[in-house]
Design a protein around this ligand. Structure first.
Ligand code: NAD
Length: 290
């Protein structure tokens, strides 16, 4: 289910040719339509798990209009839970985010708390985790909360790398970068992310499983990212930093994940943060050239 507000049908070309895949263009806030579709689809066999990735992925938009995250990040979760309850779908894997942690000087661990997010997006993801945990008490059987870092790779619809590539396409002589370039975060390649998501759901055997998914290094700076994109896409471009240590309101300028819990479960990423970005820059540049 996707309302294709931010997602693109083109990105599903491969999946759409698979007879085992079905796309329903639906808003999760249209509860009646979602209940109806889920009931119809479950006639061919019950669903045993829901993977919930729908959200507002535009953090900046959610800062200027908090209704966006209420509706697309939180109410999507709230409504999906109603569908799971009605259809007796017992298991849920949820795409959460590092944004739930807010700003911390130390490596982020799953046991940290209390948590004070600094964006509406992070707040609504944390609220989603909370209602999922409550649903586990009353009707769900098993849950996996997957806390993503920044994710990069082909077919992106948003994010710093996507923004830089779009800006350079429009203005090849200059790249404007929000902040001073010192922001430093872990970037995970989407191929590693999907591998980890499947691994965690296969191996996380608790009733409530909660994992950071990330790289073991301390991350990559925005300066590194800007220089890599310029070098690959428009070597003549001048990089202009707008200044300030944050990119925008709600941006967590620096964080590093502890992935010790995930490593203990048996999963380690193939690529470091720098390697993930280098690969994604190449993929996005190749896509742009087509
Ligand atoms: N990409 C990242 O760096 C990152 C980091 C942390 C968490 N996440 C989370 O991972 C998930 C996937 O993110 P993504 O980067 O692929 O972003 P995305 O925008 O490509 O995917 C989110 C999808 O949700 C859909 N959607 C939004 N509101 C909806 C609604 N009301 N009803 C139905 N569909 C709706 C959008 O159309 C979009 O296709 C999201 O939950 C996001 O918050 C992503």
């Amino acid at each position: 289910l996707d309302n294709l507000k931010l997602g693109r049908r083109d990105n599903l070309t491969g999946a759409l040719s698979n007879p085992r895949f079905e796309l329903h263009v639906l808003d999760l806030n249209d509860l009646a339509a979602c209940q109806h579709t889920a009931a119809e689809e479950s006639q061919t066999g019950p669903f045993d798990i829901a993977w919930h990735l729908a959200a507002n992925s535009d953090i900046r938009a959610g800062t200027s209009d908090p209704d966006i995250d209420l509706r697309d990040t939180f109410l999507t979760t709230h409504n999906l839970l109603k569908v799971l309850r009605r259809q007796a779908i017992p298991r849920l894997a949820f795409a959460s985010s590092s944004a739930i942690y807010g700003e911390h000087p130390n490596r982020l661990t799953e046991e940290m708390g209390p948590l004070f997010p600094i964006s509406n997006y992070g707040a609504m993801k944390l609220a989603s985790e909370a209602v999922i945990s409550a649903a586990l008490e009353s009707f769900l059987q098993q849950v996996w909360i997957l806390r993503f870092p920044n994710v990069v790779g082909p077919r992106a619809t948003h994010g710093a790398l996507y923004d830089f590539a779009s800006k350079l396409r429009e203005k090849p002589a200059e790249l404007e970068v929000l902040g001073d370039g010192s922001q430093e975060k872990p970037y995970l390649h989407v191929a590693d992310l999907i591998d980890a998501m499947l691994f965690i759901v296969d191996h996380g055997a608790e009733r409530l499983n909660c994992f950071n998914i990330g790289t073991a290094d301390s991350g990559t700076t925005v300066r590194y990212l800007a220089e890599a994109v310029v070098k690959r896409m428009s070597p003549v471009a001048r990089i202009r930093y707008v200044g300030g240590h944050k990119g925008w309101v709600g941006d967590v300028p620096k964080f590093a994940y502890s992935i010790a819990k995930l490593a203990k479960l048996g999963w380690v990423p193939r690529l470091t943060s720098d390697q993930a970005l280098d690969r994604a820059v190449e993929e996005i540049a190749a896509q742009t050239a087509r």
